[in-house]
Structure formats: C-alpha cells, structure tokens
Design a protein around this ligand. Sequence first.
Ligand SMILES: Cc1ncc(COP(=O)(O)O)c(C=O)c1O
Length: 441
Amino acid sequence: MSEDFSPNELASYWMPYTSNRAFRRRPRMISGAEGIHYIASDGRRLLDATSGLYCVNAGHCHPSIVAAIKSAAETLDYAPVFQFAHPKAFELAGRLTLMAPDGLDHVFFANSGSEAVDTAMKIALAYHRARGEGQRTRFIGRERGYHGVGFGGMSVGGIPGNRKAFGALLPGVDHMRSTYNRDKQAFSVGEPEWGAELADDLERLITLHDASNIAAVIVEPVAGSTGCLPPPKGYLDRLAGIAAKHGALLIFDEVITGFGRMGHAFAAQRYGVTPDMITFAKGLTNGAVPMSGVLVRDAIHDGVMVGPEVMPELFHGYTYSAHPLGTAAALATLDVFRDEGLFERAGEMEQGFADIMMSLRDAPNVVDIRPVGLICGIDLAARSDGAALRGYEVMQAAFHDHDLYVRVSGDTLVIAPPLISDLKDVEVIADRLRSVLAQVA
Ligand SMILES: Cc1ncc(COP(=O)(O)O)c(C=O)c1O
C-alpha cells in the first residue's frame, strides 16, 4: 500500500475513538507487524510502545498463535454456543480458573472488554435476584475509570468525554473519587504511599444509597486507559473489606492488567486481593482474535444455577462467545506465556523499566510519570491553546518522524511494551520519546 491516499478514499471507514477528519488529512497506516514492531504502509518499522492497545503481550504474529488460529479455521470454523459447545471452550475455561486467584472457578466468555464488563454487571444483578435480594441494583464505579463502551460499562466508567454525548446512561450508578492526586503523588514509582483512605468513599456511597441496594463496585486495579493510575498502597484491600462488609460484590476489571502486565496472571494476585469477579480480554489471545470473559466466584455461579433444569439459568450470551478461533488463539497464547515465562519476565523487568521511564523526568513538558508493572503513564503539560493538542502532536511526530507507535490519551502517553521486550528496547522507546518531546516542545 502506498502512502498516498486521497481523503475521499478514506471517507467510508468511520474510525473508532479517532479524530477522523484529521486522520484523513494525514493517515497513520499500519500494514504489518512482527515481534515488537509494527510495519507502516511505507515500509518503516515502528517500535510498538503500547503493545497495540495493551493486548499484544507476547509480541506480534507469534508463530505458534498464528498456527493455532490457522488450524482452528480449518477444523471448526464456528460452533453454536447456545445449548451446544466445543471441547476447547471447556479446556480454556479450566486453564483460566487454574491461573486465577482461588475461588474464581467459573468463566463466562464474551468478545470484548466492553462485553465482559456488561456481562459481569448482569451476573451481579442476576445473582442478587436469585437469592431474593433483587433490590440490589445499584453500581458504584470510580472517576477516571474505563470499562468500555456498552451502556453498563459507560455508566460505571468515569471519563467525562466518554459519557457526555450519550444521555442519562444506566440509572442508579454513583462514583468514588479517582485515586490520583498530583500534589501528593507526582513521580511515584509503583503504588503511591498516599491515598488508601480514598477507599472510604465506598463506605460513604454505600451509606448514602443503603447497603441493601448495592449490587457491586467495579474498579480497574490499576486504572489503565485514563493514563495508568496505580492504586495507593493498601487501597484495594480497604475497598475489598468495605464491599464484603456490606454484601456488595467487588469486580476487578483486568482487561489491561490481566495476563502478565503486572508481573502476575492477574493484578488481583499482585495485590493479594481476591474480588468476586474478574473481567479480562486483550492479552488473552495476544490481541489476535477478539475474545474476553469473566471469572466468577463459585458462590455466585452456584447462586444463579437455579430454576427448571431445562431452562437456561442466565439469559445472556453472544453468538461468538467461546468462538473456536478465539479459544484456539487463547490456548496457544497461554502456552506461550508459560513456555516463555513472560509473566515472570515482566516482574523481573519492572524496576529497570521504571528507572528508564523516570529518566524522562527532565524532558520538556513532562509533569508526571507513573510506572507500575510494565505500564507507565506520562502526563504532559497541556498547550496554552488547548487540551490534548500537545498529545496529538506527540502521537503524530512519534509515528511519522521517530518510528514509534505510542498510545496517547489527551495529553497523557501510555507506555506498555510487549512483555517480550528487553530493557534495551525500553531504552530505545525512551530515547525516541525524548526526541519527540524535544521536537514538539
Ligand atoms: C479496563 C478496561 N475495561 C474495558 C475495556 C473495553 O474493552 P474493549 O475495547 O475490548 O471493549 C478496556 C479497553 O481498553 C479497558 O481498558
């Protein structure tokens, strides 16, 4: 594909979460990928500093994942999932429950993070109803949270731009404050010392709405899309204690933090806090096939397994739940994670990654850096003529002039390299970023 596209040729595709008009004027086209690199349509090799969208943990086009998908496409292209099943769905569910914290013994499959979140919310409602507490319909999320774009996830999410155009959203949702406070936490490596007491927002909101009405509280253990906000030390523990005390289910949205990004299968294990449900997606299939799911505690699953035996217990599911290409990709991906020791590798690299990221502290316009696990948010000062303009410039300059792909959200960059990267690769990412930041200063 050549670099020359006329804006008209690009008009049909309405791109997601994209400034479409600006894109059409100067496209950023990617036509290939290999390992830790993207290949631009003009043949340049770009370092992938954000694992695609935090999903390609094992590196692009991993041969064994590619082979598994090919073979699945030749053997069983599609199987009906309502009242029928294929064996690999059970195999995958079993493997996932073995990797998950103890007690999360059941898996419901979906296709995207958004669907996983809405699934978890529906399971919470169905569970409470099945045990005679059908009035527990309220959800509590958190400011700056991202839980996808379904009406459930959007409602519990807390990023204003994702909500403002879409009406009243789900009723009965409230939000805790974000755990981020730049005055108290700027340039913290890992989990900040300050902020555990913000978990008490949950107690306050539960008191306000009455515990008897609360279905669940949902948080990302590390808020990802908003720009990587690690939890303050002790925060998640405190949150879990408050939720349990009031019979509210605790949902960890691990769509980004799952599958090694935090040095463990799930961030729940890093923090020693077991929620009632975990939503996951992205890294599950290394991004190669859309697939997601929800890990569910035994008691919740068992609580819903009621009613006449020939009736579905939960009227919920997707045509493509446990799709054969997804299950094949996921099983192969889990093998790669195990055989290449990628979760351990992420843990071993964490300190070096943080040191390299913190070396950008003196680059122009950097106002905060937040590394944790193998993810790091870097906040830039907004330009005086408007928010997100500097971020956009950085993304453009990185792509066009410095052979670097990096995810930018507003004026925040999020670095999350594939777990197969080494510290030399991270140095190159940092060097390129330094040049980009100097260019757009
Ligand atoms: C924590 C979290 N939840 C949900 C989602 C939504 O996932 P998807 O875009 O696959 O619907 C994302 C996506 O980034 C996410 O980070």
